[in-house]
Ligand binder design. Structure first.
Ligand code: SF4
Ligand code: MG
Length: 282
């Protein structure tokens, strides 16, 4: 039976497990934003599933009272997509970090983006591998010096927002962990959006790469005047390097989702005339 909450508060989504992140980790702000977003939408905890991969941020499902699946490195998206295809009635979130989604799991991100399955993705990007103690990730800036790149990172920096915009993702947004109220609103809108929602979150790792000061200065809310249906303009905002725009870059409301389309196919297949097919093609 569905566990309906009448007037839920963020506390109603907290599990008994206390987060084990370092003091000051940006992921605390993201967790608070997700609690708030879930309370805002009055989600039933037993109809909600949070799936993660591996990494500091992927401990996330343990701290929520919803169902959860702490999966394998880079594989949150296959699990989340399969779940939504099988149980379209559930609210499904896939969470994790920049290493998980933009390195080992990058191939899954590309294909999930093209499918437009109705799940919400929240990527906590700290531009570093935190769990393995500070190696560069795909979003580390070029030249960044770490123990894995003592002479500076040679590769270019991966741009998550421009990448998913080019893959036709139907909801693209960015938030900042230090602004959990704004981030909670994005989480709510991402979950309400029917289709693949991608929320990129700047979530600093003060232990291995302290970016709070830089992001406090760079974070700039997207203007109210921005036309969310204009992907070209969204791409220009995404390509900005001095500023880190936050808010909704792009939103396309009326695109069919693959989970809906597949369930329609199942219905149609019940009326499929196999004898006529065999006569025509055998
Ligand atoms: Fe957070 Fe970094 Fe500590 Fe991991 S290592 S919990 S990302 S502060
Ligand atoms: Mg990381």
């Amino acid at each position: 039976m569905t566990q309906t909450l009448i007037n839920p508060t963020p506390k109603d989504y907290k599990s008994e497990v206390k987060p084990t992140w370092c003091p000051g980790c940006g992921d605390f702000g993201v967790l608070n934003a997700v609690y708030r977003g879930m309370a805002g939408l009055k989600l039933a905890p037993d109809q909600t599933v949070v799936v993660s991969g591996i990494g500091c941020s992927s401990r996330f499902p343990h701290f929520l009272k919803t169902f959860g699946f702490h999966s394998v490195h880079g594989r949150a998206l296959p699990v989340a997509q399969g779940l939504k295809m099988a149980r379209p009635d559930l609210t499904v979130l896939a969470v994790g970090g920049d290493g998980d989604y933009f390195s080992i799991g990058a191939g899954h991100l590309l294909h999930a983006a093209l499918r437009n399955i109705d799940i919400t993705v929240v990527v906590m990007d700290n531009e570093i591998y935190g769990l393995t103690k500070g190696q560069t990730s795909p979003t580390s800036p070029q030249g960044h010096v770490t123990k894995s790149t003592p002479y500076g990172l040679l590769a270019s920096q991966f741009n998550p927002i421009s990448t998913v915009l080019s893959l036709n993702v139907s909801f693209v947004a960015r938030g900042y962990s230090a602004r959990p109220k704004e981030l909670a609103a994005l989480v709510e809108q991402g979950i309400q959006h029917k289709g693949f929602s991608f929320i990129h979150v700047l979530s600093p790792c003060p232990t291995f790469y302290h970016t709070f000061d830089a992001w406090d200065a760079a974070v700039t809310p997207i203007s109210e005047e921005h036309d969310r249906s204009d992907r070209g303009k969204a791409m220009l905002l995404a390509m900005e390097t001095e500023k880190q725009y936050t808010g909704i870059f792009y939103e396309e409301k009326e695109r069919p989702t693959m989970d809906q389309a597949a369930h329609q196919l199942v219905q149609q297949s019940k009326e499929f005339d196999i004898a006529a097919y065999m006569q025509r093609y055998a």
